[in-house]
Design a protein around this ligand. Structure first.
Ligand code: NAP
Length: 523
């Protein structure tokens, strides 16, 4: 049976592309799942449809009304999530991974729904701060910041590793702001995002024009972006660089948010010697980050910074734990880690490991050999977890090469200030963590780590039971990071929504400002 060509959803119809397109493979078997192509799609018309059909309807709704759409959509998708779990297996996801992706995406939808219901006014305008007196005579001339939805479309380009969470996370924020979306999934897992959008369409919850889907290349889409459109990107730093420098994006100052790759670190505190609860938490956390989604998480720990005297114990504990990780077909019983998303992605990780091997020693795993349960390790994109040890933490490679898979490097440090300095060598990360019971030390280190991190977890025995973990972005908290991590910010509660709105400082008399803001104080 020939694999289908995935349709795109444009202008509220399913568009079957001309021609065969690029094949997309099953991560487990290597079979072709589908083809993608956007041939024949008029990209200008796609953007115009969002701007002229979706935008006005969404803007006409108040925040609570938009929030109700998100809530209804989350409810509908929740009822159908088994279908998404099932298809996730073909991307290499275990059921646990699939829940991380699918349930995580639904949690973001619900979180923004709640925000819209409880923290936003029954209005279409978001008002910041209080009235700001500007004139000499009291009260006749004032200022106020108001935020209104952008009049364009949010083009949302997603990475392959979270085919459900990625689009839902971006969509929640744009729809609550009143901005329609065009979703561009990564080719490797586009079939799962297409299934998600099929469900979104079937739900009938969203107004016409509010969501479109492009499976395949972007053609000349970016050339038609305007000052009122947004580009939200998740993926590699190299592609982020291309998009940031696209002539239309630069010349028209298209608002760009980039979430790029990141060499996240986790620091074991000097107090957390072997035998302490924090040492065990640290080892657990590194193993989890290496193996959940086969390490294909933008927030996963790539650099484990460990006090020099504890390095041997950490390597031993990690080796013991990694030796118990069963790799194989995600559908088989007892499998803890599935394959990578595809053999191309595995080749990239193998190259990255080769690049790291000049400055590190391999302690666990072989990039070319892995025992698998119920799967052919070469036809599927299987890879062993790989633990590296970099005895010289000042070598460049561990701080520069991102192996986007189940790979981490243990690096020694001498003093806390050395750990902070090494952390900064990642040149900007999405997430960092510090595992210590020493609150005083943690507060000092956090302030030095903060300029380089979008999010920092301080983990100890005290908060471990409730901790959401190093690698989980949360809708309440910002997700993004400086420098190499893209310099962007998503989520973070209202911040993510406000990114889709234009803040305008209105200067006027009190009558105008009152009428504009419905006499509200703020919000
Ligand atoms: P990628 O190659 O940069 O692709 C990301 C997205 O950009 C895909 O949808 C891709 O579409 C599209 N794309 C690629 N080249 C493009 C171009 N010239 N013009 C327009 N769109 C283009 O990244 P990836 O390999 O899919 O994802 C893995 C990387 O993403 C890792 O480095 C990881 O660290 C990073 N990541 C970051 C985050 C975060 O939140 N910061 C989250 C997940 C992943 P096609 O697939 O069709 O080429």
């Amino acid at each position: 049976m020939t694999a289908p060509v995935l349709p795109s959803y444009v202008r509220d119809t399913w568009h079957a592309p001309h021609g065969e397109g690029r094949p997309v493979f099953d991560a487990v078997t290597g079979d072709t799942v589908a083809h993608v192509s956007t041939d024949g799609i008029d990209f200008q018309a796609v953007l115009d449809y969002g701007r002229h059909t979706g935008g006005p309807v969404l803007r006409d709704l108040t925040f609570p009304q938009r929030a109700a759409l998100l809530e209804d959509l989350a409810g509908f998708l929740r009822g159908r999530r088994d279908e998404l779990y099932a298809l996730s297996a073909r991307t290499g996801a275990t059921l646990f991974d699939a829940k991380f992706d699918v349930d995580g995406g639904l949690a973001v939808l619900r979180s923004y729904a709640e925000l819209g219901r409880t923290a936003l006014p029954d209005a279409r305008v978001y008002v910041e701060d209080e009235l700001i007196p500007l004139g000499r005579r009291q009260g006749s001339f004032l200022g106020r910041h108001v935020c209104v939805p952008m009049r364009g479309v949010a083009v949302q380009v997603n990475a392959y590793n979270f085919p459900v969470w990625g689009p839902l996370e971006k969509l929640s924020q744009s729809l609550l702001a009143g901005v329609p979306a065009v979703i561009k999934p990564a080719t490797a897992t586009a079939f799962l995002t297409a299934q998600l959008v099929e469900l979104v369409v079937e739900s009938g919850v969203l107004p016409p024009g509010s969501v479109q889907l492009l499976c395949g290349g972007v053609g000349d889409l970016f050339e038609h972006l305007t000052e009122q459109d947004l580009l939200s990107f998740t993926g590699s730093a190299a592609t982020a660089h291309l998009l940031r420098n696209h002539p239309t994006v630069t010349s028209r100052a298209v608002r760009l948010n980039a979430e790029a790759d990141s060499l996240n670190c986790s620091i074991l505190g000097p107090d957390a010697a072997p035998g302490t609860p924090e040492f065990d938490l640290y080892v657990d956390q590194v193993v989890t980050e290496m193996t959940v989604k086969a390490g294909q998480k933008c927030t996963a720990i790539r650099r484990a910074l460990v006090p020099a005297p504890a390095v041997d114990a950490v390597l031993q504990a990690l080796t013991d734990r990694l030796g118990r990780v069963t790799v194989g077909n995600p559908a088989a019983d007892g499998v803890r880690m599935g394959p990578l998303a595809g053999v191309d992605q595995r080749d990239e990780v193998r190259h990255a490991v080769a690049a790291l091997e000049g400055s590190t020693k391999r302690v666990f795993g072989d990039p070319y050999r892995v025992d698998t349960v119920d799967a052919d390790p070469e036809r599927g994109a299987f890879l062993s977890p790989i633990l590296l040890h970099g005895p010289d933490p000042d070598r460049a490679e561990p701080h520069e090469v991102e192996p986007f898979g189940p790979v981490a490097t243990v690096l020694p440090y001498d003093r806390p200030e050395d750990a902070v300095r090494l952390a900064a060598r990642g040149k900007g990360s999405l997430a960092g963590s510090l595992v210590t019971a020493d609150a005083e030390l943690a507060s000092r280190m956090v302030l030095d780590l903060a300029p380089w991190h979008g999010r920092i977890l301080v983990l100890s025995e005290q908060n471990a039971a409730e901790s959401t973990g190093h690698g989980s972005p949360l809708p309440q908290l910002v997700h993004g990071g400086p420098g190499r991590a893209g310099g962007g910010e998503e989520m973070g509660g209202l911040r993510g929504m406000l990114h889709h709105m234009q803040r305008s400082a209105v200067q006027a008399g009190p009558g105008v400002l009152d009428a504009l803001t419905g006499g509200r104080t703020s919000g």
